[in-house]
Design a protein around this ligand. Structure first.
Ligand SMILES: *Cc1c(COP(=O)(O)O)cnc(C)c1O
Length: 403
């Protein structure tokens, strides 16, 4: 281990706050104890508030986001069902692959990576589908590979305009608890998340929220499922228990995480992510580089994928940053491998932590001969953070004297 912190700026796992580590440093507990439901029932309720889900249910499985995809799909669909999806990046690509392996017929709209979910093409497909063959529409809210945030509300409008009953399934793994997400308002039927991104926890939980419509669909869906079965989970959860051993330590961490998020306020959490992300974008601009995200409307507030000049490899930037400066950045994934490197800026983070990532990226790029001016990104981000820091009461000569 090298001295000092490893700068963790991959888009998940994110930084683990000391308060959450402490909250999980406790003896293991009896998951069938009579007072266990006092803890879990309130946790389930508060999780719904994070998703902004009024009715329906949030399921917490041991697993990761990938397990959440599987739970959403297998509980509500049957083999042979058609789902509408778009390939906008590595994560949406993998969700499509998972659907196919479960025997679903996926109608994939191929999109140039760097763009968001193609709402107009979704609308056209949905209005043409008068027999309602499409059973679900998939949206990757925040595509972590390209740093692109899509418009979930617009997809809901497309469904409504076509008067289409398909379920709306959203991958919210790298958006929930970091970017505005409104499950009930947008009438999202299934939303998938995990513990290691916005919740600032270790990996280990798949968190899946289901609307009442999704719960109804789960009663007739025929995809085989066992570990991720909503029905078994629902029956046990109703009493505050689980059908098999829950990850109690992580659940205690989740409790503390939600408390932290609510103490800051979800709106303030979103605003903080927006402001930090804008600092990164100012740095990218000052480097003379471009984001993978093609238009500002798609810029992600949780991760920036930064295009390196054509004769360079983004993965080299990541490797040099790690080897020389103990800084972890995200590599390029899938179709944009080599073309980008990523800075994850979600979770427990502030301005000066983020300047560490910007400085390290800048140093690594210069080491490789990419022409960016020393300190240019740091300076641009600094100025943004200074100008948007809000009012501060500076010490006056009188109150300095009083002390
Ligand atoms: C991280 C992530 C996932 C899930 O990944 P796991 O490694 O299984 O937790 C899914 N979708 C998106 C958009 C992600 O960022």
């Amino acid at each position: 281990m090298r001295p000092g912190n490893n700068g963790l700026f991959i888009p998940g796992p994110t930084n683990l706050p000391a308060a959450l580590r402490v909250a999980m440093d406790l003896p293991l507990e009896d998951q069938r104890a009579p007072d266990f439901p006092d803890f879990t029932l309130r946790l389930f309720d508060d999780l719904k508030r994070v998703f902004r889900l009024d009715r329906g249910q949030v399921f917490v499985f041991p697993g990761s986001g990938t397990g959440g995809w599987e739970a959403a799909v297998t509980n509500t669909l049957s083999p042979g069902d058609t789902v509408l999806a778009s390939d906008i990046g590595y994560f949406s690509h993998r969700w499509i692959d998972l659907c196919r392996r479960h025997g679903l017929n996926v109608d994939v709209i191929d999109v140039e990576w760097g763009e968001g979910v193609p709402v107009e093409q979704y609308a056209a497909r949905l209005s043409a589908d008068t027999n309602h063959a499409i059973k679900a529409v998939l949206v990757c809210h925040n595509e972590t590979a390209t740093g692109v945030t899509s418009d979930v509300a617009a997809v809901r409008r497309a469904l409504d305009d076509a008067d289409h009953p398909a379920l709306l399934m959203v991958d919210a793994v790298s958006s929930l608890a970091s970017i505005d997400f409104r499950m009930s308002e947008w009438e999202v039927d299934l939303a998938v998340s995990g513990s290691q991104k916005g919740f600032m926890l270790p990996t280990g939980l798949a968190i899946v929220a289901a609307s009442e419509k999704a719960l109804a669909a789960s009663r007739s869906a025929a995809c085989p499922r066992c570990f991720f079965d909503f029905a078994a989970m629902h029956a046990a959860n109703r009493e505050g228990y689980f059908p098999y051993t829950p990850a109690t330590t992580l659940l205690r961490g989740l409790r503390a995480s939600i408390d932290m998020l609510f103490a800051e306020g979800l709106e303030a959490v979103f605003a903080r992510h927006g402001r930090l992300a804008e600092g990164v974008r100012k740095a990218v601009d000052s480097w003379g580089l471009k984001l993978c995200a093609k238009e500002p409307k798609w810029y992600s507030d949780t991760v920036s994928a930064i295009r390196v000049p054509e004769s360079f490899n983004g993965n080299d930037v990541v490797n040099v940053a790690y080897a020389r400066y103990n800084l972890s950045l995200g590599i390029g994934l899938g179709r944009v491998a080599g073309q980008v490197f990523r800075i994850g800026h979600l979770g427990w983070l502030n301005e000066l932590m983020l300047l560490q990532a910007i400085a390290g990226a800048e140093m690594a790029m210069r080491d490789l001969g990419i022409s960016v001016a020393a300190g240019s990104g740091v300076a641009a981000a600094e100025e943004h953070f200074r100008m948007t820091a809000g009012p501060v009461s500076l010490p006056t000569p009188e109150n300095i004297q009083k002390n």
